[in-house]
Ligand binder design. Structure first.
Ligand code: MG
Ligand code: MG
Length: 256
């Protein structure tokens, strides 16, 4: 069931989204060659603590997971697509990093992700990250009253496929509210004009997950969480929490 949010609730969700935005900005600034993923997790955790927010990631255990998630960010490096568990691994020059973060503030959740390269970037990685950002922007632009969920999915998928990339399509966007994962599902590929009509008050996470090699296949790493490309190629992941409103899409996790 899709729960429509009132305007005051959307304002409250914006506050939660801004905590996530600040956490991702802080992580991005801290990420450098030699910095560990656990150190990045601590940077994000500090931002949440200072804001009085809790983490919907920490202790999260969906049906597919073998263990409760142990961190406040997912840190997925190179061939890891999403759900990377932060470890003591230290970042190396040219690593492609995707950071996913959530925050819960006053009972409302924000959810957002960024990809970036540490140190000197390979041109192909820059192109992958820029395409992930373009796919997200296209999805957001389609998140308007009068469109349907399939229009968002089609917009995202068209950018990814048009650039020759694969799409990790068993996971994707979702409704967001008092819980991190609500209805409806927002796939990263789909047919325009299909699916649920978008209405004022729907709040959704849109999150393209791109695979550089062009295939869609992935596997679960031995930690039971991290999803990695089967072909060993690199992946990128971007995400915003977006409110559909009569005045157009409002990006609740927009970074300053
Ligand atoms: Mg997320
Ligand atoms: Mg999400």
């Amino acid at each position: 069931m899709v729960e429509l949010k009132t305007d005051p609730s959307i304002d409250a969700m914006y506050e939660a989204g801004q905590v996530v935005a600040r956490a991702l900005t802080a992580v991005r600034e801290a990420a450098d060659v030699g910095v560990s993923l656990l150190e990045l997790d601590e940077v994000a955790h500090d931002v949440l603590r200072e804001a009085g927010a809790s983490s919907p990631f920490l202790g999260y255990r969906p049906s597919f997971a073998p263990t409760p998630f142990p961190a406040v960010i997912c840190a997925s490096v190179n061939d890891a697509i999403v759900h990377g568990v932060p470890t003591g691994r230290r970042l190396r020059d040219g690593d492609l990093v995707s950071i996913d973060c959530g925050a819960a503030l006053n009972g409302w959740v924000g959810d957002s992700a960024i990809s970036f390269v540490v140190g000197r970037a390979r041109p192909q990685d820059v192109r992958l990250v820029e395409t992930a950002e373009r796919a997200l922007a296209a999805g957001i632009a389609a998140a308007v009253v009068g469109n349907r969920v399939g229009d968002i999915a089609h917009a995202v998928g068209t950018v990814c496929r048009g650039a020759g990339y694969g799409i990790m399509d068993d996971f994707g966007g979702h409704g967001v509210g008092r819980r991190m994962h609500e209805d409806p599902a927002i796939p990263n590929e789909g047919r325009p004009g299909r699916g649920l009509p978008l209405r004022h008050g729907m709040v959704i996470a849109i999150e393209p997950m791109l695979i550089a090699g062009g295939g869609d296949d992935y596997h679960v790493a031995p930690d039971g969480w991290t999803l990695c490309t089967n072909d060993g190629s690199r992946a990128a992941h971007t995400e915003h929490t977006v409110a559909v409103t009569d005045n157009g899409p409002r990006v609740l996790t927009q970074r300053g």
